[in-house]
Design a protein around this ligand. Sequence first.
Ligand code: ZN
Length: 208
Amino acid sequence: MTNVASCGDDDAVDGSGIIKPAVPAQVQDAIRTLIEWAGDDPTREGLLDTPQRVGRAWLEYCQGYKEDPAVHLGRVFEEVGGYDEVVMLKDIPFQSHCEHHMAPITGKASIAYLPDKRVVGISKLARVLHGFARRLQIQERLTAEVAQCIWDNLQPHGVAVVIEAQHGCMTGRGVRTPGVGMITSRLLGCFLDDHRSRKEVLGLMGYG
Ligand SMILES: [Zn+2]
């Protein structure tokens, strides 16, 4: 990647023509303060451009604030050829950040719904997930928000969302316990009310 000279508040263009958003001075100052507080010297060569890089990285990590994930469910198909079984996207990898430590949450999500006449392009389920994941989150709320968004917009018979993730704030600090996954689930409609439907969908997700 081409280095970009210090650019104040103006957007910068790198060697490949990609526009890099400006990182305001106060954001860069905040990151310098954090580096110093952590014990390093923000004026040493290797850290000089770090405040800008970190600022831009956080814009990307938190892109979800700029979108309403429901827009991805706006285009539905009503011609489903009589299909009335579960539609599922399994093991979708995602990244988020915990709102308590701003540490990475990395994991996978399985999202399923039982359509009532309306289906969406399958990639849209992943887009809804990323729209909510690219914010400061807790895993429980992320799980609930994805499920509720599909429930409200597709009005299906049922929605099931299961998320399994590792939390940087647990692996890299605090109890420092790597390899432990946290599992959260949200079941709505028939997957909540009907024991057999729930068993079927969780089985398809690999949690049977
Ligand atoms: Zn945390």
